[in-house]
Write a protein that binds this ligand. Structure first.
Ligand code: HPA
Ligand SMILES: [Zn+2]
Length: 328
């Protein structure tokens, strides 16, 4: 089999980042919003970035087209159909509820639409709402309180948006409440931020996974902490190239992360913006970085081990990977 299509879990994908230009055009038509062009290819060509913020500006702008439960349903349904073709058996999907409630979209529409599409998919799906760093720590704590009545719709919390200038420790109260509520905890750290930010997140947030974490490699002590604790990193190679976290794929630290004994998983982040879904990321690691089939198999197994799914389901998927890897 194409090693890029191995059974896998996707643990780092933002549902708003799966908004393809074709759906942008459809949503604009649905809500009578004028676009600069109705040609999806021209919209796609405009999706290029110089850094994280230049991406976030476009990403939040396009996400304003998501208004109704139907819109959120259609977004998730399209992602899951594509993810299924990428070999995804399990998806733990980020969302940015504050960006929607801040525009007057009710949480019922956001969670209702996403969960309905998830329930209709053969992919095992759970949702992880993220705190938006640019809105600050008080808003994060308040947001979590408003999410808790929808507790059955999500399994954990994350932290995303502008990393520079928004270090993680301030979010400790929101993470403490999440822990008290029995929620899983993960956070974007070390994408544009430093190894000191990664250490700070480990010290203060009680995170079970680290999203990105590229700059952890700048400090051997931080690497040792992650390795000794077995904290998985959700790494996003094509995202890192698109946002210039790395110069090109051949300079990507993923092989160094594996060499350092870190638990690494491969993910798409915002596939509609960064030129590829999770299978495309696996394929790029094989074709450009030169990872072997054995390494790709290791990454696929790690994705299930690092997931928040039930142990029995993880064991089943893990054996599926091994069976697929053995069939030439
Ligand atoms: O890669 C990311 N980093 C921070 N915030 C984000 N929101 C969507 N994608 C990202
Ligand atoms: Zn991300």
């Amino acid at each position: 089999m194409d090693a890029a299509l191995l059974p896998k879990a996707e643990l780092h994908v933002h549902v708003e980042g799966t908004l393809e230009p074709e759906l942008v055009v459809e949503l604009a038509r649905r809500h009578r919003v004028a676009l600069p062009t109705a040609d999806p290819e021209l919209l796609r060509a405009a999706r290029h970035f110089t850094d994280l913020q230049s991406f976030l500006d476009q990403y939040y702008d396009a996400a304003e087209l998501l208004r109704t439960e139907q819109d959120f349903h259609d977004l998730m349904a399209a992602y899951l159909a594509r993810a299924e073709r990428a070999g995804v058996r399990r998806a733990e999907v980020f969302l940015d509820p504050q960006h929607h409630t801040g525009r007057g979209v009710p949480l019922e529409a956001v969670f209702g639409g996403l969960s309905a599409a998830a329930a209709a998919s053969p992919v095992s799906v759970d949702l992880i709402p993220c705190f938006l760093r640019h809105l600050g720590p008080d808003a994060a704590l308040e947001a979590l309180r408003t999410w808790l009545p929808y507790r059955e719709h999500f399994i954990g919390v994350g932290l995303d948006s502008t990393e520079i200038g928004n270090p993680p420790a301030a979010y400790a109260p929101a993470y403490a409440l999440a822990a008290a509520e029995g929620l899983h905890r993960t956070a974007h750290v070390g994408e544009e931020g430093t190894s000191a930010d990664v250490a700070e997140a480990l010290d203060t947030l009680g995170i079970e996974r680290l999203d990105h974490g590229n700059h952890a490699l700048d400090d051997v002590e931080v690497v040792a902490r992650l390795r000794d604790a077995g904290t998985p990193l959700t790494v996003c190679p094509l995202s890192n190239v698109a946002l210039r976290v790395v110069d090109d794929l051949t300079a990507h630290p993923l092989p160094a992360m594996l060499d350092a004994g870190l638990v690494v998983t491969v993910n798409s982040d915002d596939p509609a913006y960064f030129g590829g879904y999770v299978d495309d990321n696996f394929r790029a690691l094989r074709d450009v970085v030169g990872l072997t089939d054995a390494q790709l198999t290791q990454l696929a197994i790690a994705s299930f081990d690092a997931s928040f799914a039930e142990p029995a389901a993880r064991a089943t998927w893990r054996s599926e990977v091994l069976a697929a890897a053995l069939i030439p």
